[in-house]
Design a protein around this ligand. Sequence first.
Ligand code: FPP
Length: 246
Amino acid sequence: MKWLRKKQTGQLDTTQLPRHIAIIMDGNGRWAKSRGLPRKAGHAAGAENFRTVATYCKEIGIEYLTVYAFSTENWKRPADEVQELMGLLERYLREAIGQMERDRVRMKFFGDTSVLSAGLQQLITETEEISRRFEGVQVNICLNYGGRDDILQAAVAYAKDYAADKAPILTEARFADYLYSAGVPDPDLVIRPSGEYRLSNFLLWQLAYSEFYFTDTLWPNFGPRELDRAIAAFQQRDRRYGGVSK
Ligand code: FPP
């Protein structure tokens, strides 16, 4: 009987996990405001929570975790907040590099990183370089990422290959090879905390058949138990991909 084979961690059935989880880490500002703290304290708490959730994903056997750290639209925020977020990312990457041999987590970056500071670009290159040696869990950080920009840059790259007579016949799978997420399976589950119900230009192509999970919990409070709840909800879904139930 199927239930006899279930391995339980608390309430979680680890035999039917999503392979790939994507998260819009929203609600840092409101978390800070509710505590009378500056927004930057919310982002710091959000970054800390990202560390906790990524570690938990690795522990339970999630293969891919993709997070939205900075969108192509986030440049509209006040300069000091943008600077604060970039600083947090730098700090995070420095620490991650120091622990990579121990953690053995592969890291990739989706987005146009060419406009970021030289220091951040250097850290990104270093992180991706070290990551190549590791197998297992992969964390993708979307940085200066926009879903529309992703599709547009893929079309431009394809057009260049076409002009150079190097382009494959275009199919959905071949086009996906030009996206930032090339080689990564589409997310099975996308989570948006903080009570907002929109995609905000996140992975527009890749989320075509993902299951959505929304919660009012603010990102810094969205810990492992909340993730268990999201996964449990995912496990109740009937994924039909446009077909009919089996
Ligand atoms: C949205 O919350 C959050 C962001 C725009 C930034 C997310 C960044 C982090 C969690 C920190 C850095 C990431 C890593 C991977 C180390 P908001 O500010 O829009 O919140 P609000 O809607 O409550 O104002």
